[in-house]
Write a protein of this length. Structure first.
Length: 219
């Protein structure tokens, strides 16, 4: 069945901006999943696409920080419901640690990636926003992940990303692959500068990157 994701995204976006959480959830579950779309399609083509539009509107001062926060809270709720009704692929035995660098408060892209990786069969440790680098290094030593995925959205957090990558590489003797995502990953050139093992522009691409780096076949 063909889906008009552009139209569904616009209706979902309107529900976000109106603060209508129930309508946003109805659109995702009933008119997305309920009409045959896959969870990943709804995640990328509706929720992620709408959230990018929210980010653009905020950057252009077309909406307030309060509206941006309200819209993002609705999307976090929608993701939780989508996650609950989504089938998970069999475990592939690989562990991924996902975190925003210290100071980065925009954790929505990392949340998208974490859910997608989990549903693709990876064992995920999602740490959320603004993780102090020393605490991150300590948890890496404790959890022994196969891949670290770092998210940075705001350009003023790039120095924090540099520090994080440097300290993680020292602590792991460069043995832990590092993927970089978020709004700055593909536009700032920072991934090339830091010689990241991979970048991911969205959740789907990050899942593909993780599979390639860790030698995991698609489910």
């Amino acid at each position: 069945m063909a889906h008009d994701f552009k139209e569904l995204k616009q209706r979902y976006l309107a529900a976000q901006l109106g603060g209508n959480r129930r309508e946003a959830l109805r659109l995702v579950i009933d008119e997305g999943i309920g009409r045959g779309a896959s969870p990943l399609e709804v995640q990328l083509e509706v929720i992620q696409a709408a959230q990018r539009e929210i980010g653009r509107l905020w950057q252009e001062s077309a909406i307030s920080i309060a509206h941006e926060h309200m819209a993002t809270a609705i999307s976090n709720t929608a993701l939780a419901h989508l996650y609950d009704c989504s089938p998970r692929a069999p475990s592939n035995g690989k562990k991924v640690l996902v975190a925003c660098v210290d100071g980065e408060l925009h954790d929505f892209p990392a949340r998208l990636v974490s859910d997608a990786l989990d549903l693709a069969g990876f064992e995920v440790r999602y740490l959320g926003a603004s993780v102090p680098v020393d605490d991150l290094v300590a948890l890496i030593d404790e959890e022994r992940p196969d891949l670290l995925a770092l998210s940075v959205t705001m350009e003023f957090n790039i120095p924090s990303l540099r520090t994080t990558v440097e300290k993680v590489r020292v602590a792991t003797n460069g043995a832990l692959p590092i993927a970089i995502g978020g709004g700055c990953a593909g536009t700032s050139g920072i991934a090339d500068e830091l010689r990241a093992d991979a970048t991911g522009s969205d959740a789907s691409e990050t899942v593909a990157v993780a599979r390639r780096l860790l030698g995991v076949a698609a489910a």
